[in-house]
Ligand binder design. Structure first.
Ligand code: PRT
Ligand code: ZN
Length: 295
């Protein structure tokens, strides 16, 4: 009988705030999933990789127990899960999307002077462990009211005095007459991997996936910058270039003492930087986006 060759399994949120961006990232990294509509899993046609579409809350379990090798999940979900004592996963990289914060919020007229103001209050949340950790770290004795959703309604229903919930724009808090009081956790989507050992035939694919995702993330901020400059200004120009490793310096035909400088800048390049380069003697300064990068 023919042996089925192993495939790397990556858990992605099936439908929710992280789904589209997770899929975009994997596609930008060169993975071509087929049959992604309404399926529970999709095969990547150009690599031995399968994507599994699941609820975000299940991703830490699947990655932790080795059912999946990688996953994309919010830090909020991952850390709440890890506080159960089940953390057989490692964070590979923050992904820069799905940004939000787990915040304490309360009625507009509430007087808040730091965590001590929460003493004796009832706090509604779907993140009981993260909240308990925050209270413990701040030596506050308050009661945690566990809910499974619609947390922002709890004060109005007199089920709690304040809430601890995810906030991004703050519009939901405002619509419910609540204001943010404190931050329990800053969150964004993370690439996580299982600590369980991989099938040896998949180690290379896993490394390649990590390298490509790093590459995609790096290109988001990075720019390619080119300019002409007198050779005497090189030291000053290198000081000004933001986050650039040794630039390439090329002679300019027919212009003795002048060179072309090319560099990859790992940070944003602002107009102020261009002005400084010009003041240092550079001319014909071009800033170009980078489409792909493999470090
Ligand atoms: O079905 P499944 O269990 O997979 O999804 P879910 O409904 O549990 O999660 P989902 O899709 O809502 O969110 C997935 C992840 O996105 C979260 O775990 C966070 O890591 C991240 N994220 C980013 C957010 C928000 N922003 C966010 N704003 N998750 C939830 N919200 C909520 C917020 O609590 C509020 O109720 O969205 C509402 C609108 O927020 P405002 O502040 O913009 O009004
Ligand atoms: Zn969920």
């Amino acid at each position: 009988m023919e042996r089925v060759s192993p495939r790397l399994r990556v858990a992605v949120q099936k439908s929710g705030r992280l789904s589209d961006k997770s899929m975009d990232l994997l596609r930008e990294a060169g993975f071509r999933p087929v049959n992604t509509k309404n399926a529970l899993a999709a095969r990547v046609e150009n690599f031995p990789v399968d994507l599994l579409f699941v609820r975000d809350d299940d991703i830490p379990t699947f990655v932790g127990n080795g059912a999946c090798d990688f996953g994309i999940v919010g830090r909020n979900v991952l850390e709440e899960h890890a506080l159960r004592g089940d953390d057989n996963f490692a964070v590979v990289a923050p992904l820069g999307f799905g940004k939000c914060a787990l915040k304490i919020a309360g009625p507009k007229d509430m007087k808040y002077e730091g965590p001590a103001s929460l003493a004796g209050l009832r706090i509604a949340t779907t993140y009981p462990r993260l909240l308990a950790r925050f209270l413990k770290e701040n030596n506050v004795d308050a009661s945690v009211v566990r809910m499974s959703g619609a947390v922002e309604l709890a004060p109005r229903l007199h089920m709690a005095d304040v809430i601890c919930d995810l906030v991004s724009t703050g519009a939901t808090l405002e619509a419910n007459g609540l204001v943010p009081l404190d931050t329990v956790l800053e969150s964004e989507a993370l690439l996580v991997r299982s600590r369980r050992s991989l099938d040896p035939t998949l180690v290379h694919v896993a490394e390649m996936m990590q390298a490509r995702i790093d590459g995609v993330l790096a290109t988001k901020e990075s720019k390619y910058i080119m300019m002409n400059a007198p050779e005497s200004a090189l030291d000053r120009i290198c000081e000004i270039l933001p986050g650039a490793d040794s630039p390439t310096v090329l002679p300019l035909a027919g212009r003795k003492g002048h060179v072309a400088v090319h560099a990859v800048c790992q940070e944003s390049v602002f107009w102020e930087t261009l002005q400084k380069l010009k003041d240092a003697g550079a001319s014909a300064i071009l800033v170009l986006p980078i489409e792909k990068m493999l470090m």
